[in-house]
Write a protein that binds this ligand. Structure first.
Ligand code: AMP
Ligand code: MG
Length: 449
């Protein structure tokens, strides 16, 4: 499976890459000229516990300059053992790699910063998990693979020179606008924090649950990375968790901002020696910056929610209006994506699930609010449709596509799903926009090993 559109935007020739002779590049059997593959070391807090890690099943082929000057890492995931594989085989199974391909491409189309998937190549070998599974390698394209855990690795080695070099490199790569002066490291930290706030707010706006927000899975670039047990929620439930290993709900939907802040505190700790020679002053600087997290996150969250509800002006009571809507959705177990989208279409609101006094009351209040802004409802509805997707990678559709591949070797279901996901804001009303049929078994996800 090759992502032609992505290949072209990177300035790569998709027709050459699609030829059988190129297959070896995407399985790691053929090293492209000029590449010096490396596995990166990192550390990280996994479910709150600190540990040494590293690319156990990933190999960075190198950096690539796109025609527009943007620099990308190109990495193979699942290509075999590395010095960081510990007990693992360094390999990946086809199902989870195709799942990452689907969801990361969907996130990109939704406008959420993310690593992308250039290809999934079958290795022709089996990998052994609970079952024997077909092996595959995913080619991941990322602004970089520098993680909070990369900084934690340098800090754990008490190597301030390495830490400073890493901070300077990351700042120059991802935040070139920050001046190279004495306060550059705290400015860098704030910039990272701003991007994480914007990112996690976007996750909440589309109903995305990352599932494994360990510090090694948080990229300094502000891209979503590491699509293991992630999932989109159907029914709106702030405490939604899908990952089979997240038994405490540490990474539940509504916990994500708090966890992002916790992870940023670990980054701040790691870079303390760079912030000031005096430790107390360094801690004060870090705490002052971290103290801004909540207000920054809330402003991103509120701006996005205003867009979703078509609130084109700012009124102080908007937050109450938004919360009242979310509470109504929660109490009535409404589908998150479908309900937001329905608000811009009077016909959808005429269906029985909205025939409810509490909804009618909220709807009147919302329309009174809309009447106080200059835009007409037609314009507001168009604006709302560009912020409320009709199509998300719903769990049952993703599973259906993966099952067609694994049961019958049929890629057509997956290709149709990818087509629908590529235009998530377009008007449609079909199998891709429909919430799943009611089910008694909760959806569960697994780390993609
Ligand atoms: P993740 O939960 O995907 O972020 O992975 C956590 C750590 O386990 C990372 O350091 C991975 O490189 C490593 N890992 C995951 N799967 C494998 C595997 N099959 N073989 C070796 N290492 C792995
Ligand atoms: Mg990871």
């Amino acid at each position: 499976m090759l992502n032609h559109a992505l290949a072209e935007s990177l300035g790569l020739d998709a027709t050459i890459l699609a030829q059988p002779e190129s297959h070896g590049i995407f399985t790691g059997n053929q090293i492209p000229k000029g590449t010096e593959p490396i596995a990166q070391a990192y550390a990280g807090h996994q479910f709150g516990h600190f540990t040494g890690l590293g690319d156990g099943r990933a190999i960075l082929l190198g950096e690539h300059l796109a025609p527009n000057g943007a620099r990308f890492d190109i990495q193979l995931k699942g290509s075999g053992r590395t010095p960081f594989s510990r007990g693992g085989d360094g390999r990946a199974a086809m199902g989870p790699m195709l799942r990452e391909y689907i969801i990361s491409e969907a996130m990109h189309a939704l406008g959420v910063p993310t690593t992308r998937s250039l290809a999934v190549a079958s290795t022709g070998e089996l990998v052994f998990r609970n079952d024997e599974l077909p092996g595959a390698v995913l080619t991941r394209v990322a602004a970089s693979h520098i993680r909070v855990g990369t900084f934690q690795w340098a800090a754990a080695h008490e190597d301030t020179a390495a830490l400073r070099a890493l901070a300077d490199h990351t700042r120059q790569r991802h935040f070139p606008e920050i001046a190279d002066d004495a306060s550059r490291h705290i400015a860098f930290f704030r910039a990272v924090m701003h991007r994480q706030c914007a990112l996690v707010a976007k996750w909440l706006h589309v109903g995305f649950i990352h599932g494994v927000m360990n510090t090694d899975n948080m990229a300094l670039s502000g891209e979503t990375i590491d699509y293991g047990p992630c999932a989109f929620m159907d029914v709106y439930d702030p405490s939604a968790v899908f990952s089979s290993i997240d038994r405490q709900g540490r990474y539940a939907y509504e916990k994500q901002p708090e966890i992002a802040r916790w992870n940023l505190a670990r980054l701040a700790e790691a870079i303390l020696p760079l912030l000031h020679d005096d430790e107390k002053t360094a801690v004060d600087l870090a705490n002052e910056a971290l103290g801004e997290f909540e207000a920054i996150f809330q402003s991103h969250w509120l701006a996005g929610m205003r867009n979703k509800l078509g609130l084109m002006t700012d009124e102080p009571r908007d937050r109450d209006l938004i919360h009242a809507w979310l509470e109504w959705m929660q109490q009535n177990r409404m589908d998150f994506t479908h309900s937001f989208r329905a608000l811009s279409d009077e016909k959808s609101l005429a269906t029985p699930c909205f025939a409810d006094d509490a909804f009618a009351g909220w709807h009147t209040r919302w329309h009174e609010r809309l009447a106080r802004q200059p835009q007409c409802f037609t314009d507001v509805a168009t604006h709302m449709r560009s912020h409320n997707p009709a199509v998300i990678p719903r769990n049952h559709k993703v599973e259906e596509a993966l099952a067609a591949v694994s049961d019958h070797g049929d890629l057509s279901v997956l290709e149709r799903l990818l087509c629908a996901l590529a235009k998530p804001y377009a008007d449609r009303d079909d199998e891709y926009t429909c919430p799943p049929p009611a089910s008694t078994t909760p959806y569960r996800t697994f780390c993609g090993t």
